[in-house]
Design a protein around this ligand. Sequence first.
Ligand code: GLN
Length: 543
Amino acid sequence: MKYIFVTGGVVSSLGKGLAAASIGTLLEHRGLRVLMQKFDPYLNVDPGTMSPYQHGEVYVLDDGAETDLDLGHYERFTSGILSRMNNLTSGQVFDAVIRKERKGEYLGKTVQFIPHVTDEIKSRIHQVSEDNPLVDVLITEIGGTVGDMEGLLFLEALRQFSLEVGRENVCFIHVTLLPYIKAAGEAKTKPTQQSVAKLREIGIQPDILICRTETDLDEDNRRKIAMFCNVDRRNVVAFRDVAHTIYECPLDLRRDKIDRLVVDRIGLGDSPSPALEDWESFVQKIIHPKHRTTIAVVGKYIELQDAYKSIYESLIHAGARHDTKVNIIRVEAEAIEDHGADTVIGVVDGILVPGGFGDRGTEGKILAAKYAREEKIPFFGICLGMQIATIEFARNACGLEGANSTEFDKSTPHPVICLQEEQKGVADMGATMRLGSCESILFSGTRASDLYEGASRIHERHRHRYEFNSDYQERLQEAGLVISSVSAKEGLVEIIEIPDHPFFLAAQFHPEFQSKPNKPHPLFSGFVEAALHHAEAEVASPA
Ligand code: GLN
C-alpha cells in the first residue's frame, strides 16, 4: 500500500479536507482503489458530544461512528464507505494507551509520548492497511495546523512511519495559504515558507505543496516557493478559490496535474491524466441549471455554514439531477416563534426541517411544519424534523392538545415522541444514541416506496435517542398520517407521510449521509422535484 499524508499550514479553514478528498477523486478516476482517513488532534474521543458551534456537523458512518464532517467530503468525493477506523482523535489514542497501561501491557516500562503514544498512532495506520488489503493508496488528512502543539505527536508518528515503510511509499502534501495583500497587489509566499520550515523542523520534508490562493500562482512565486521550501517547481500546485461549487476542486487541482505528481512520487503507474466526464457534467449542471427553486431550511444553527453541511450538499446533488438550482434560505426557527411562519418563511417552494437537539426553536419548527402542511408547500423532515412533523400533526390534525416529545416537555399529556425503555437508564452522553445503519421495511403503495423505486428494504443511518411512540400510532393513522416504513428489528417508525399533499414526508434517519454527487438520495430527489413543480405552478399562476 502507498500512503499520502495531507497536512495544513498557516491558517485553518483552508479547504484541506476538500483538497484531500479531491485527490481521492482524481486517483479513483485513474482506476486506483483509494481509502481516506482523518486524524483529529483534539482530546474528545469523537465529535459526538460537541456543539455544532464548535465543530459543525457530526457526520455519521454506517457502523455508527460519529465523525468529523470531512469524512462526509471523503464519502461524497470517493466511493469508499468508511468506518470508525477512519477517524482517529487524540482522545482515542490516549484512551487506548491508558487502558493498556492499566491492563499491564507495558508492565515494567515508563509509558511515554514517544514511543508509546506515537506507536499507538502508527498502529492505527497499520491496522487500516491490514483491514483493507485491496486498497492501493491510503490518504490521511491531519487536522489542525502545523505549529500547533496538539498535532506534534501525530506528525512525529508520521515521520517515523514514513521511515519504516520506506520514504518512496509515502507522499507528504502540505496545504498552505498565499495571502493576497491588496495594497501591494501581490500574493505573499513568506507564511508558506515559514510553515514548511516548521514542518522540516519536525523532520518532514513535504513532497508537494498545495497553495490556496484567491487569484492565481504566478511563475515568480512558484519558483520562490520551490526554492525556499526545497521542492520541485512543478510540485508547487495552485488551489484557487472556486467560482461556483466545491465540486470544482478536483478539476482545479488537476490543472496543475496533482494526480500525476502523486502517482509519480509514489510509483503508482504512469498513465496520462484521465477524463473526468461524469464529474465535469455534474459540475456543469450545477453551474448552468435550467430551473430554479427555493427551499427554506428551518433550523437552530442556521448562521453556521457547516452545521447542516450534508443536507446542503444533498440538496445540490438532487438539484443537479433535476437540472435545478436550489436556492437555500436559512431560517432561524426562533424567529418564527416571534413573527409567524408566513412572515418569516414567506413564499418558498419547499420547507426542510433538519435534525437537532434541545428545545430551543422547536415551537418555531412546529409552526413551520403546520404552515407547510396547510399551505400545501412541499415538506421534508429529517430526524428531529420527523419528530416535529409528528407533534404538529398530533396537535393540529388529530386534536391531541399539548402533544410533544418528552425531550422538550417531560410532563406532556401526549408524549407522541418518547424514549424507548433501553434508553431510559442511559447516563453517558457519548456514543449512546441509536447510531448508524439500520434496516427498515418499506410499505408498498406509499410515496416513500415509489421514491425508493419499489424497494422493500432499505438501509439508512441514524443518530437519535427519541422515537415515535407506538401507543399513538393508530390514532395518528386514523387522522390520516401514513407510516411508510418501520425498522426491521424493532418495528420503530422510520418514515411518515401525508398523502393528500404535494409532498409531505419525514424520516427518522439521516438520508443526507448517503447522498452522492451523481447519485442523489431518492428522498432528496423527490423533495426537490416536488419543490420544482411547486415553483413551476407558482410561475403558471402567480398569487
Ligand atoms: N433530539 C432528537 C433525538 O435525540 C433528534 C436527534 C436528531 O435530530 N439527530 O431523538
